[in-house]
Design a protein around this ligand. Structure first.
Ligand SMILES: Cc1cc2nc3c(=O)[nH]c(=O)nc-3n(C[C@H](O)[C@H](O)[C@H](O)COP(=O)(O)OP(=O)(O)OC[C@H]3O[C@@H](n4cnc5c(N)ncnc54)[C@H](O)[C@@H]3O)c2cc1C
Length: 380
């Protein structure tokens, strides 16, 4: 049955990042009428500061991998509808020596390797597939489930798609300072006392753990993580894959039971900054590169140079040619669940939920986070 506009249940989504926007999208698709609130004129937080990677390869075996695979499926559908620069750009984790390659060999033999689309490639196979990679590596681990979107296009592209629906309303410059529930539904207000109400509400504030939300984050197993990033000038050749170095295997839970000690010593800079190389080519040919990790607040407000020196060196060694100059630097903060929950979800009133904490894979799993909320609402 096609519902008329007036018969639709109402939803308020707070937060214009990817988690909030996915909630708005899937709520519209499910037949709700949505008001989408954002405190800034355009979202400025982690969803626009990230790599835009949809990174299934590193997900922990079991529930986390299942969520990521479901999200990857949804990304494929959404990417074919909205102009967000979605592409099934596979990833390649590069081994620069036989020891790293041996660990990747183990990864390619994990029981869920085929679900992840893992395939071990020799140096010759890599170069045959992507002649732009000419560095001093011995092989790599391909993941055919990984994909990418363009962060500068993503949120705007989704909102443009959403705005085709008469039941979607985008409300920027509205900073929520209070939430309450009564017999008429769920309500948020701004500092002037303007009120937005709906039957159902999803609050997706990213790393804004304080303010009116403090009481709802009471005892939450959440932390903030600070990262440094960069972008190069365009590279002359299109790269077929998103690239990771073997250091990434030290961090991603997918690989935690492998013989990681065989990876050998990490470089001092990488250890100091808890680094790996991730590198994704944008549609304009530039590379988005990173990243570092800092878990202790207050975070350093200064951008440090040494991580970029390290990233450039690793990039050069993989490309086999000097990589383009780094022309932009920025940092970002995400919210991360610190217990076994894949992300943070808390019902704060009937029909109202706070959803955040997707961590370094929040972009990847965002459609599945939103889908869970919509499925829960359908049961009310
Ligand atoms: C540098 C970096 C690289 C990353 N790379 C990747 C990657 O490649 N792949 C991946 O899967 N993940 C990646 N992540 C993680 C991912 O970006 C985040 O998990 C995800 O973007 C979080 O989305 P979000 O919508 O929860 O939060 P946000 O993007 O922070 O959005 C929250 C929004 O809520 C708004 N808001 C907050 N409080 C209020 C309020 N009171 N009233 C109104 N609006 C409010 C904020 O203004 C903001 O726009 C990366 C993160 C960073 C920082």
């Amino acid at each position: 049955m096609i519902m008329t506009t007036s018969s639709r249940k109402t939803v308020v989504v707070v937060g214009g990042g990817i988690v909030g926007t996915m909630h708005a999208l899937l709520a519209i698709k499910a037949g709700y009428s949505v008001t989408h609130i954002e405190r800034d004129s355009l979202p400025q937080s982690s969803s626009v500061r990230n790599f835009g990677l949809i990174w299934v390869s590193g997900r922990e075996a079991g529930a986390e991998l299942e969520v990521a695979l479901r999200a990857r499926e949804l990304w494929g559908e959404i990417g074919s509808e909205a102009k967000i620069g979605f592409r099934a750009q596979h990833s390649l984790t590069i081994a620069v020596n036989e020891d790293e390659f041996a660990v990747m060999h183990e990864a390619a033999n994990m029981t869920d390797a085929s679900a992840r689309g893992f395939e071990l490639l020799t140096r010759e196979e890599i170069i045959a597939r992507d002649p732009a990679l000419q560095g001093s590596f011995v092989g790599g681990l391909l993941c055919t489930q990984d994909a990418a979107v363009e962060p500068p296009l993503l949120l705007g592209g989704l909102r443009e798609f959403l705005s085709q629906s008469p039941d979607y309303q985008w409300l920027p410059n509205f900073e929520v300072v209070d939430f309450y529930h009564d017999e008429t539904g769920n309500h948020v207000t701004d500092i002037q006392g303007n009120k937005i109400s709906a039957q159902l509400m999803a609050i997706c504030p990213g790393a804004a753990h304080k303010g009116f939300l403090s009481e709802f984050f009471e005892g939450a197993a959440l932390r903030k993580v600070h990262l440094q990033m960069g972008a190069t000038a365009p590279f002359a050749h299109p790269l077929k894959y998103s690239i990771a170095d073997a250091d990434s295997m030290r961090y991603y839970p997918a690989f935690k039971d492998l013989s990681l000690h065989k990876l050998g010593e990490q470089s001092e800079i990488a250890v100091r900054n808890k680094m790996q190389l991730l590198m994704v080519q944008r549609l304009d040919g530039s590379f988005t590169i990173g990243d570092t990790h800092d878990y202790v607040e207050p975070f350093n407000y200064e951008i440090q140079e040494e991580p970029y020196v390290h990233l450039k060196k690793v990039m050069d060694s993989i490309l086999g040619t000097p990589s383009p100059a780094i022309v932009r630097r920025w940092d970002g903060v995400y919210s991360q669940s610190t217990n076994s929950d894949i992300y943070f979800r808390r019902e704060i009133a009937p029909g109202a939920v706070v959803v955040t904490g997707g961590g370094g894979r929040g972009n990847t799993i965002s459609p599945a986070m939103a889908e869970k909320t919509i499925l829960d609402w359908a049961k009310l």
